[in-house]
Design a binder for this molecule. Structure first.
Ligand code: ATP
Ligand code: MG
Length: 329
């Protein structure tokens, strides 16, 4: 395998691809505790972290493809149609003949926390296969983006490994969004898969404590140093409504304090951010501008109900950037 060089491959090397879960999300229309009484729900909304990510890449004009599985049902069609309409290559999405599309029911509590009912592991989303269509997509890819959540899916690790090897052989690049809760890391192969990704990532996109989990070190500066020492070229740290920070290998640092918006639905902000940062870098923009664009995409997305509803295209992103106030601290 060709070793990483810590640089993000330009657009012309081939599409950005990802692997993992495609779901529909069905949301309670009121806040409260869970689902123990009849209530009004709204959905299905297309969802799944890798799907949100890859849709945002395509909306910004980046070539994009996803390897995933849906059922032969309307929930699958909702997703495929959305991705296709936005320009994602859906040829490597398998249709399971006997399992329904994955789903997540979500209800927000008043304090912003969420109750979920997931149907993922026993749904179509619970398996990913290296089909010949997936091999074809991998063979032309220039960049692989990996979501930590994908490692919960049997088979995904093999597909991710094949994709990384192939992309590396063409001097392509790799990004990793840990997107995982600390509690999950103890289980199964998570720890070693996480470790492999730290060793492979040119770009890391952690949020909150994921930074310390990834580094195996506490303290922001120490964690960043440890990750750079292990060869991660760029780190874009997500800080929710407080914005984000870029840490470059040479010690460069940019803090962006974020935009003031009315948050309606925070789901998908991190995926919109990651996709916009990566796509901007692949399009040749510098880290500072890419960080601001990424923060704008995240902020834009939280203003709409539904994980993908608020993903901006390039014109919407430029308009948002030119009309929204930045927080000063
Ligand atoms: P996710 O819940 O999708 O996993 P995350 O934790 O990975 O999200 P966040 O830090 O929540 O990522 O959001 C990503 C970026 O989106 C932030 O760094 C910020 O720039 C922007 N953002 C998120 N929420 C808000 C908000 N309420 N107001 C303004 N900007 C926001
Ligand atoms: Mg998160």
């Amino acid at each position: 395998m060709i070793v990483r060089n810590g640089r993000i491959a330009p657009e012309n090397l081939g599409p950005t691809i990802t692997v993992g879960e495609i779901l529909v999300e069905i949301m309670a229309s009121t806040t409260g505790f869970g689902f123990k009484e009849p209530q009004t729900l709204i959905g299905p909304f297309p969802s799944g972290a890798p799907a949100i990510f890859i849709d945002q890449v395509a909306r910004l004009g980046g070539a994009a493809g996803i390897i995933a599985t849906v059922g032969a049902d309307d929930f699958g069609a909702v997703n495929i149609e959305r991705l296709r309409r936005d320009g994602v290559d859906t040829s490597a999405i398998s249709i399971s003949p006997d399992r329904p599309t994955g789903s997540a029911f979500v209800r927000y509590r008043d304090d912003g926390s969420r109750d979920f009912i997931f149907n993922i592991m026993h749904s179509a989303a619970g398996s990913v296969i290296l089909t010949s269509s997936a091999e074809t997509l991998i063979a032309k890819a220039g960049h692989v983006h990996v979501m930590g959540s994908a490692f919960a899916i049997p088979g995904a690790d093999k597909v991710i490994d094949a994709a990384i090897r192939s992309v590396r052989s063409r001097e392509g690049s790799v990004s990793f969004d840990p997107n995982v809760r600390k509690e999950l890391l103890g289980s199964g192969n998570f720890r070693s898969q996480f470790e492999t990704m730290i060793q492979n990532a040119d770009l890391l996109l952690p949020s909150g404590e994921e930074l310390f989990v990834a580094a195996g070190v506490d303290g922001e500066i120490a964690a960043i140093k440890a990750l750079h020492a292990r060869g991660v070229g760029e780190i874009a740290l997500k800080r929710g409504r407080q914005g984000a920070t870029f840490f470059g290998e040479s010690g460069a640092r940019f803090d962006f304090h974020g935009f003031e918006v009315d948050e309606i639905d925070p789901t998908g902000a991190g995926d919109a951010f990651g996709a916009t940062y990566l796509t901007s870098r692949r399009q040749g923009l510098g880290p500072e501008v890419s960080l601001e664009r990424a923060a704008a995409a995240g902020a834009h997305n939280v203003t709409k109900r539904g994980p993908m509803t608020g993903l901006p295209d390039t014109a919407q992103l430029d308009l948002f950037l030119s009309t929204n106030p930045r927080r000063t601290a």
